[in-house]
Design a protein around this ligand. Structure first.
Ligand SMILES: C[S@@+](CC[C@H](N)C(=O)[O-])C[C@H]1O[C@@H](n2cnc3c(N)ncnc32)[C@H](O)[C@@H]1O
Length: 201
């Protein structure tokens, strides 16, 4: 994630081919993959759920969710990312759409989970996006948001305190899980702020 952190306006099409080279993106290392699978299992419902993965990238988390018995709709604005996600999710109960995460092209469908990893920080209006995503959740649904503040010299990102403040009016229960101390997730030690928020509506 670190390499992407300085450029919210990044050309994601251009980055798609090498995106999975980062340990936490491609989840190719079995230990990194298992670490994300364990966390995701603890964040998602215990039953088969409809998961909306916004800014799904190459679909690595979508695939983990499918492998855990969930049905996934992934949305990404980058055609190259969406194409890779489609290939990765082939044969799984998943649909990958090309579109804007802030106004996902899902019509009247509603979801048990809105899953977003490393996307909110790059959006021009995170508060507006969260309000819209809240409307896409079923009763008892939940946000699973994985974000951070990357880098120390010129940090970029969304601090957990800001994200929880945005979620308070939209959720019944907001839980922050620090992730910086778990080097298995990143394939290395990190000392910046990384976290997940699970917020039940
Ligand atoms: C850092 S990547 C994260 C990908 C994936 N969520 C993951 O964790 O592996 C950010 C992704 O968000 C997508 N993205 C950024 N802004 C978007 C928007 N407004 N609508 C849809 N996708 C967007 C990019 O194309 C890119 O695939």
């Amino acid at each position: 994630m670190h390499r992407d952190a300085a450029a919210p306006e990044a050309d994601w099409d251009a980055r798609a081919a090498a995106f999975d080279d980062e340990p936490d993106h491609g989840l190719r290392d079995p230990e990194v993959r298992a670490a994300w699978a364990d966390r995701l299992r603890s964040w998602l419902p215990g039953h088969g759920a409809d998961v909306l993965d916004l800014g799904c990238g190459t679909g690595s988390l979508s695939l983990l969710a499918c492998e855990q018995g969930h049905r996934v709709t992934g949305v990404d604005r980058s055609p190259a990312m969406a194409e890779r996600a489609r290939a990765k999710l082939a044969g799984h109960p998943a649909t990958i759409l090309c579109g804007d995460a802030t106004a996902p092209p899902v019509g009247e469908r509603r979801f048990d989970v809105v899953l977003v990893r490393h996307v909110l920080w790059a959006l021009p209006d995170p508060a507006g996006a969260l309000r819209h995503w809240r409307e896409l959740l079923l009763p008892q649904g939940r946000f699973v948001l994985v974000e951070g503040v990357w880098g120390t010299l010129s940090p970029v990102g969304v601090p957990a305190a800001r994200l929880t403040a945005l979620l308070e009016p939209l959720s019944r229960d907001v839980r922050v899980e620090p992730l910086s101390g778990d080097s298995l997730l990143w394939g290395k030690d990190v000392d910046d702020e990384r976290y997940a928020v699970v917020a039940t509506v």
